[in-house]
Ligand binder design. Structure first.
Ligand SMILES: Cc1cc2nc3c(=O)[nH]c(=O)nc-3n(C[C@H](O)[C@H](O)[C@H](O)COP(=O)(O)OP(=O)(O)OC[C@H]3O[C@@H](n4cnc5c(N)ncnc54)[C@H](O)[C@@H]3O)c2cc1C
Length: 374
């Protein structure tokens, strides 16, 4: 049994970035537990997938690279690329972790979290037991795909289970879903010369009233779509609310929409329909409060509202209409959580001044800046 002040679960960008922030607190004893490898989700991306947010080394001029989790580093510089592949980004995370000597234990899945009535958490892991005063959950979404968005979805292949588009057998293909992963699937398949029918509810690339980049197709994907839009290999079907997939015989999968239309295809349809709400936070479902849209309710400082001492970092963090699903968004919350923990442990908070007004910006909301001049 080991005792720590803080344990972070998950070594993706949220866990690594959070750990960099905690590493600035003198005297804090913390560790990171990762069930697989650093950046595991990125290592599982399809080989052709690229980060949609561009990287550029803007930090010498006081503005961190959009995809950095340590403001002194730049994924663009590290990989020599503007849109990194999953492998390149995972290698960047590894480099950040090694350079900062972060205390990470890989191959250590957290199996159980038992809150202690006196405060703190008993963790049961694959490698033994551990007690921690504070717990930061950073388990992401990618490894928790929604495999059952409608009846018959088990006849489909989910985007998160594709390692490389090149290894799929001959098309034509049906892709279900009109957002980033659906479009990425369709674009890659068309580029390989396959016929693709893309079924979408609405054109996420043509919604001028929406400003939040988390709700509309990224410019990177729009640009790639434009390149193939006039290609005969691509057919986009709009208003397609898929409600079921059936297997008609050994060679035919049938995709049905709510309005009674259907399409047949000989290859398993591809699901670009997303991930389970709450993602990896569902592993400790009862330790969070969930709202009626199935999102996690958090305090102003990203703490669970029913389990004191448990914090959430990463793309599942939401506050009203603010969705922190990109790295450049959720990294703004790291210093806020680090400050909370530091104060509750009555440790020195001087380190914070540089973080609070540093490259990440003021915690991603306006309240934190009341009374100060930034
Ligand atoms: C195709 C695609 C493209 C994207 N492009 C961008 C982009 O361009 N820019 C951007 O900002 N965002 C992008 N995103 C979103 C971004 O990838 C996620 O927001 C980000 O990965 C979340 O980081 P994370 O650390 O929370 O989760 P993850 O990277 O998933 O890390 C979670 C880690 O937790 C580990 N874990 C899970 N459960 C346990 C457990 N019980 N015990 C121990 N370890 C555990 C996992 O193995 C994993 O390593 C994209 C997502 C996808 C799917």
């Amino acid at each position: 049994m080991q005792f720590l002040d803080v344990v972070i679960v998950g070594a993706g960008p949220a866990g690594i970035g959070m750990a960099i922030e905690l590493g600035k607190v003198p005297g804090l004893e913390f560790g990171i537990l990762e069930r697989d490898r650093i950046g595991e989700s990125f290592r599982r991306w399809p080989a052709q997938t690229r980060l949609i947010t561009p990287s550029f080394n803007s930090s010498p001029f006081g503005l961190a690279d959009l995809n950095a989790v340590d403001a002194t580093t730049s994924p663009a510089n590290f990989a020599g690329a503007e849109h990194l592949s999953g492998q390149q980004y995972a290698n960047y995370l590894n480099f950040v972790a090694e350079s900062a000597h972060l205390p990470i234990v890989c191959g250590c899945k957290v199996l159980e979290v038992n809150p202690d009535p006196e405060g703190g958490f008993h963790l049961v892991t694959e490698l033994g037991e551990l007690f921690t005063q504070f717990l930061i959950w950073a388990c992401g979404e990618y490894q928790f795909p929604d495999l059952h968005p409608f009846p018959g979805a088990h006849w489909c292949r989910h985007y998160a289970h594709i390692e490389d588009w090149q290894v799929l057998e001959n098309g034509p293909f049906i892709v279900i879903g009109g957002y980033e992963s659906g479009l990425d699937s369709a674009i890659n398949l068309v580029k390989l010369g396959y016929k693709v029918r893309l079924l979408v509810r609405k054109p996420t690339w043509d919604m001028p009233d929406i400003q939040d980049p988390s709700q509309i197709l990224s410019p990177f994907t729009r640009e790639r779509l434009r390149e193939i839009e006039s290609n005969d290999l691509l057919e986009i079907v709009f208003d397609a609310n898929v409600v079921e997939v059936t297997r008609e015989n050994d060679n035919v999968y049938r995709v049905h929409t709510a309005d009674g239309r259907y399409w047949d295809v000989s290859q398993m349809p591809i699901l670009g329909t997303g991930f389970v709400k709450g993602g990896g936070a569902r592993q400790i479902r009862d330790l969070w409060e969930w709202n009626n849209e199935d999102h996690i309710v958090l305090s102003d400082v990203d703490e669970s509202t029913n389990t004191p001492g448990l914090f959430l970092v990463g793309p599942q963090v939401r506050h009203d209409n603010r969705i922190y699903c990109f790295i450049y968004k959720f990294r703004q919350r790291f210093a806020l959580i680090a400050l909370q923990i530091t104060q509750r442990l009555q440790l020195d908070v001087e380190w914070l001044e540089s973080s609070k007004h540093g490259a990440w910006g003021p915690f991603g909301n306006s309240e934190c800046c009341e009374g100060c001049e930034c």
